[in-house]
Design a protein around this ligand. Structure first.
Ligand code: AP5
Ligand code: ZN
Length: 215
């Protein structure tokens, strides 16, 4: 099953994607993670996108479409979770073409609905494990032992450079201008399901699972 998790910054896309990887052996394709990796490893592309990402703007369609093209070639056993991609109509069209070209299809698009006020609290409280990528929150998901990753024991817990109120405002604006039209795009294709992203993580996971079981 190939799905898209669609929603504004902080909606919980990464959190739910990681659960699906664990529970259903799906493969998470997060363009945000791929770009951050390029940034930390200091590749040419990483250097080019670094300041754009820190400001909270979208990087060019060409770059992210190229990243996805590299990954979806031979498909994935449990299916792909597209997390943070597509984010523009051009990217959505490109994904459709890439899947068709490789004999695959999109089974569902899950829109995670949250309100803007909740996003600020989520983003400013977030930190992640630099070693395994596990996602935490100061209030809603602190690790069991302070400063220690529950999943892998690492003490390398980090906050993202774009998780501040200024960059978040830009990220939200980018979302409403360029990404939210995808809701109508996939609705018209009959592929859209919406879940309440404000519910507790387990409840969101249950709602996502329900969509997947029907897809
Ligand atoms: P990206 O990495 O995709 O960031 P984003 O879309 O802003 O999404 P986030 O990772 O911030 O949020 P999330 O929905 O995954 O939330 P999470 O699960 O962590 O993109 C970053 C940048 O890269 C972009 O700005 C752009 O520059 C570039 N980029 C990436 N893809 C691109 C593309 N396709 N085109 C162009 N540019 C691109 O949850 C957030 C917090 O809330 C966590 O602390 C979590 O613990 C907590 N939480 C989650 N669920 C719940 C819940 N149900 N209840 C309470 N707390 C919860
Ligand atoms: Zn870890």
């Amino acid at each position: 099953t190939n799905i898209i998790l669609l929603g504004p910054p902080g909606a919980g896309k990464g959190t739910q994607a990681k659960r699906l990887v664990d529970e259903r052996a799906m493969v998470q394709l997060s363009t945000g993670d791929m770009l951050r990796e390029a940034k930390t490893s200091g590749t040419e592309m990483g250097k080019r996108v670094s300041a754009i990402m820190d400001r909270g703007e979208l990087v060019t369609d060409e770059i992210v479409i190229g990243l996805i093209e590299e990954k979806i070639g031979q498909g994935a056993g449990g299916g792909f979770i597209f997390d943070g991609f597509p984010r523009t109509l051009k990217q959505a069209d490109a994904l459709g073409d890439l899947l068709a070209k490789t004999g695959q299809k999109l089974d569902a698009v899950i829109e995670m609905q949250v309100d803007d006020a909740a996003l600020v609290a989520r983003i400013t409280g977030r930190f992640t494990c630099g070693n395994c990528g596990a996602v935490y929150h100061d209030v809603t998901k602190p690790p069991a032992v302070a400063e220690t990753c529950d999943a892998c024991g690492s003490h390398d817990l980090r906050r993202r450079a774009d998780d501040n109120e200024d960059a978040l405002k830009t990220r939200l604006m980018e979302y409403y201008k360029k990404t939210s039209p995808l809701i109508g795009y996939y609705y018209a294709k009959g592929q859209l399901s919406s879940v309440d992203g404000l519910a507790e993580m387990d409840a969101v996971a249950a709602a996502v699972s329900k969509v997947l079981d029907k897809a």
